[in-house]
Design a protein around this ligand. Structure first.
Ligand SMILES: [Ca+2]
Length: 494
């Protein structure tokens, strides 16, 4: 009898062991200034993205994913912490030097639990290959043990650029998009026997500044050399364009942007091939998303919500690609219309990995887990996302968007169902007063609940970054932690 119980116990344990394999690996591929509209999987017919399209065919694509801010550092901080800018204090992009590298450098996420710090706490090896842009760039942060990144956030090009490797600055002559992919594959190979988290954060396609004046040097130069690229509209520039309005008719910029999207697609293809080659397909969750979107001529804009005056919250700056794939566990070829945000990713990922109890409790997370959608279950979902960019806050539902500004006008109300290009501002029109009041109430309730007074610009709080609308808030210098001591090797002028 005892032997039988022991056998049953043993069988039970063996069955349990077989049913609870080690947690899946996670690869989070993040692109920079990347509108969903550039990808074949989202309906684009003139930019070549066969590998990202293949990824989508094998998993779940979110047709309506939005970023909660217009620029790099805040959206990355929100992705990794699950918090709003008025909770983590990163309101705009970190400028050169400052918190990023040099004597004032510090990690702006230090006091928060993040996707990498939570996963490394659960036994994952974590690797960053690509753009960090959240401070303390020279040294590995947030539990990362593999750390190859950039000293700055902005990209002046994709060749002969400064990188940080082995905690040293140097110039990398080769194609950065390929360089990040190479390091991503190396990290996967080194950690293939244990759970790993790869944060592969491409600095392309970028779409801005000198990087778009660099000639196309990847293998797509001839493909796009004469391509008319009709997916980038040639509208009359919107009067709110600030510094890129004349790019709407610039074919060099369009072709360069398209070529950098396709360059990333090659990298995604190599990552997927590496997973297959190493037999990791069925034990690896792959997430592909953009940090925020980019207008490529849409509604008369080029760029993001910081390339306009006033600062804006238009959909072209927030609409991002978001694709999840996990072979064997996730339904293939699914498209979800749930309205989701970058700040929903952390709670989703933790629940999906069975780490829901590790979700940070304070500050309170505004995000909601859509893990059920990934597993093909029906989930209750409030189709509402929020946006915050300095003096601009917005609420977006499936049907409406309401945008409010502090210290500046106008406010804006758009009926997105009939006006997806956000061209007809219905603010203050008598027949829309009640919907505007309702949305305004929900917007205020959201920030009343979640904003931390310390970082709530609208209520006298500070910022870890310089802010573009400094004149409205009277904040001259970004917050710096007082305990900061320069570390050895930092602060060397270059
Ligand atoms: Ca960006």
């Amino acid at each position: 009898m005892q032997a039988r119980i022991a056998t049953l116990l043993l069988t039970g344990l063996l069955t349990l062991a077989a049913q609870t394999p080690q947690r899946p690996n996670v690869i989070l591929i993040l692109t920079d200034n990347h509108g969903a509209w550039t990808l074949g999987a989202y309906g684009n017919r003139d930019i070549r993205t066969p590998h990202i399209d293949r990824l989508a065919e094998g998993g779940v694509l979110f047709t309506r994913a939005h970023a909660n801010n217009a620029v790099c550092s805040p959206t990355r901080a929100s992705l990794l912490t699950g918090l709003m800018p008025s909770q983590h204090g990163v309101h705009t992009y970190l400028g050169g030097g400052g918190a990023q590298i040099g004597p004032g450098a510090y990690n702006t996420l230090e006091e928060f639990a993040t996707i990498p710090s939570i996963l490394t706490g659960a036994g994952y090896a974590a690797g960053l290959s690509g753009k960090w842009h959240l401070g303390g760039n020279l040294h590995p942060q947030e539990g990362f043990s593999y750390w190859v990144t950039k000293p700055h956030g902005s990209s002046q090009g994709f060749y002969d650029q400064e990188v940080i490797e082995n905690e040293q600055l140097r110039t990398e002559p080769t194609y950065l998009t390929r360089f990040w992919t190479d390091h991503g594959i190396r990290f996967i190979e080194q950690n293939k026997e244990r759970p790993f988290f790869l944060y592969l954060a491409y600095n392309g396609p970028y779409g801005l500044g000198n990087s778009m004046r660099e000639p196309i040097r990847n293998r797509f130069a001839s493909h796009y050399a004469r391509h008319p690229l009709p997916s980038m509209p040639r509208d009359t520039p919107h009067p709110w364009n600030f510094n890129y309005g004349n790019w709407l008719s610039d074919m060099q910029v369009r072709r360069k942007y398209a070529a950098e999207v396709s360059g990333i697609d090659d990298g995604v293809g190599r990552i997927l091939d590496a997973l297959q080659r190493l037999g990791l397909d069925e034990n690896t969750l792959v997430i592909f998303m953009g940090d925020q979107g980019l207008a490529g001529g849409h509604s008369g804009f080029w760029g993001m919500g910081d390339h306009t005056r006033p600062l804006t919250a238009f959909d072209w700056t927030t609409w991002i690609p978001m694709i999840f794939r996990h072979k064997g566990r996730m339904p293939a070829g699914q498209r979800s219309n749930h309205l989701v945000s970058n700040y929903d990713v952390l709670p989703t990922l933790l629940e999906y990995l069975g780490l829901g109890s590790s979700a940070p409790k304070k500050p309170e997370l505004p995000g909601r887990s859509f893990a059920g959608v990934l597993e093909g279950r029906e989930v209750e979902w409030d189709n509402t996302v929020f946006y915050e960019f300095e003096n601009v806050r917005a609420i977006r539902t499936a049907e409406w968007k309401y945008i409010e500004r502090i210290y500046q006008r106008p406010n804006e109300l758009y009926h997105l169902e009939s006006d997806p290009g956000e061209r007809m501002n219905l603010h203050d029109s008598p027949e829309h007063r009640s919907i505007e009041e309702e949305l305004r109430g929900r917007l205020y309730a959201f920030f009343d609940r979640y904003a931390e007074p310390r970082w709530d610009l609208w209520k006298g709080g500070a910022s870890k970054t310089n802010i573009i609308t400094e004149k409205f808030f009277g904040i001259k210098n970004p917050y710096r932690p007082s305990r900061y001591q320069p570390q050895h090797g930092e602060g060397k002028p270059r």
